[in-house]
Design a protein around this ligand. Structure first.
Ligand SMILES: *Cc1c(COP(=O)(O)O)cnc(C)c1O
Length: 241
């Protein structure tokens, strides 16, 4: 009974999110297919996440390596992608490379180098996004804007890492106009780098927008929104480690 109830809620939430994404696309004059939804499943157990998959979520986002490794064997992963969206320590790289379809949270040349080495050892290429600390927050991970191009140039030299775009988590803003400024800046930087047509760098993915601000992000050019709470409901902390 409980599962059934949750199933309905996730399905209903998904339908509501879908409608909101479509509306934001219409308002922005963009095509729906240009925006991809990532269902952020952190803290939710495999049974619950499988209900979301059955409702049509086909990319999952998780922020902890340990949680991915524990949960993934219990998930119905056929035609479903797993993205790492949380900070990655270099000592955990070896256990996650090959286990996820994309690492969205690459925030240094150092960690990119380790991803490259581990990918080489497995004979694969790992898709990554560079995380940008767009709000210059001291307590947040991400490359500073001033260093971004240099970091991207260095990472682009690595043969088994493929830069696919940028990701950010902007500062918490009370007003929608304020968060939009950060998204707008991200889009500027994204287009700027895309226009440089750097070797081995494709700017296809601009991952920004979460439950509280994804419509703003879509209006400012986001191609990938990462939605947890609006899809699964409130998380009960502490986060599973
Ligand atoms: C948790 C998380 C999200 C989802 O946040 P919600 O507010 O629950 O939608 C998105 N991106 C990252 C990096 C996260 O850690």
């Amino acid at each position: 009974m409980k599962e059934k109830l949750f199933d309905n809620i996730v399905e209903e939430n998904l339908a509501r999110i879908e409608e909101r994404i479509q509306n934001a696309c219409v308002q922005a004059g963009r095509k729906r297919e240009d925006v991809t939804l990532v269902g952020v499943s952190k803290t939710f157990d495999a049974d619950r996440v499988n209900l979301a998959i059955r409702s049509g979520v086909n990319i999952l986002g998780e922020n902890r390596v340990q949680e991915i490794l524990q949960k993934k064997p219990h998930l119905e992963m056929d035609n479903v992608q797993m993205h790492l969206i949380g900070h990655l320590q270099t000592n955990k790289v070896k256990s996650i490379v090959g286990q996820v379809d994309m690492i969205q949270s690459v925030d240094s040349v150092k960690v990119a180098r380790v991803i490259d080495t581990c990918s080489k050892n497995l004979g694969i290429t790992t898709k990554i996004l560079m995380e940008v600390n767009i709000g210059k927050e001291t307590n947040k991970y991400g490359v500073e804007l001033e260093q971004l191009e240099d970091v991207i140039l260095q990472v682009s030299n690595l043969s088994n890492v493929e830069i696919c775009g940028l990701m950010c988590v902007p500062p918490i803003c009370e007003k929608k106009e304020d968060v939009r400024k950060f998204f707008c800046k991200m889009n500027e930087v994204f287009l700027d780098i895309a226009n440089k047509k750097l070797d081995n760098v494709s700017m296809k993915v601009l991952s920004m927008g979460m439950s509280s601000d994804f419509e703003e992000a879509i209006k400012e050019g986001s191609t990938m929104v990462r939605i947890g709470t609006a899809l699964f409901g409130d998380r009960t902390y502490p986060v599973i480690k």
